[in-house]
Ligand binder design. Structure first.
Ligand SMILES: [Zn+2]
Length: 192
């Protein structure tokens, strides 16, 4: 996908994440950096790029990326990646940028996210509101999405999913097409 559709950040992001998961942090750096070039607000990509730099022995670059990433995630209200990046910086003894989007509960940097009265919070963006009215489809994956993903993240995926289908020419009536689609969806929603 990174090759076929070089302007789609998801292909580069997924490639970088796969390299990182496979224990190849050096190979993860270029695709993750490209994903950020294409979409500067992709806060999770900063988190993974920072991790890749660090694991490749480039701590200074990691700090630089994460410092930018914390600010971007904070500005967007992406609390999960923001807090994960802030934690890495703190663990390394690096300065952590101050959060501007103070959360309702007056949370501190060490807070892992508040929980709404219903107990829902989106595991992708960290928002404690906006649960879907019902699972988007039947089955295990549908209920997982209902339990963990907010409406706005779900809408983001609908847009991206359409692109993925078109660009990869996926045929959802086939098992392999459906599997590939689910794989991209879970990766995009960070539900793996
Ligand atoms: Zn969300």
């Amino acid at each position: 996908m990174a090759k076929e559709d070089p302007d789609n950040e998801l292909g580069h992001f997924s490639l970088g994440k796969a390299c990182l998961d496979a224990g190849m942090p050096k190979d993860a750096i270029a695709p993750l950096a490209r994903a950020i070039e294409l979409k500067a607000t992709l806060s999770k990509a900063y988190q993974l790029l920072g991790e890749a730099h660090d694991r490749a022995g480039q701590r200074a670059k990691a700090i630089d990326v994460l410092t930018r990433g914390v600010k971007i995630a904070d500005a967007q209200g992406d609390r999960m990646p923001r807090d994960a990046m802030a934690k890495m910086l703190r663990d390394w003894g690096a300065p952590v940028p101050e959060f501007k989007s103070a959360s309702a509960g007056g949370s501190t940097a060490g807070d892992t996210g508040s929980v709404s009265a219903t107990g829902f919070h989106c595991t992708r963006c960290g928002r404690p509101t906006g649960q879907l009215a019902k699972p988007p489809f039947k089955g295990e994956i549908g209920s997982k999405i209902y339990d963990h993903i907010c409406q706005s993240c779900w809408r983001e995926w609908i847009g991206m999913g359409t692109k993925v289908i078109n660009e990869l020419g996926l045929v959802l009536s086939t098992q392999s097409g459906q599997q590939a689609y689910d794989q991209y969806m879970l990766e995009f929603l960070q539900l793996e």
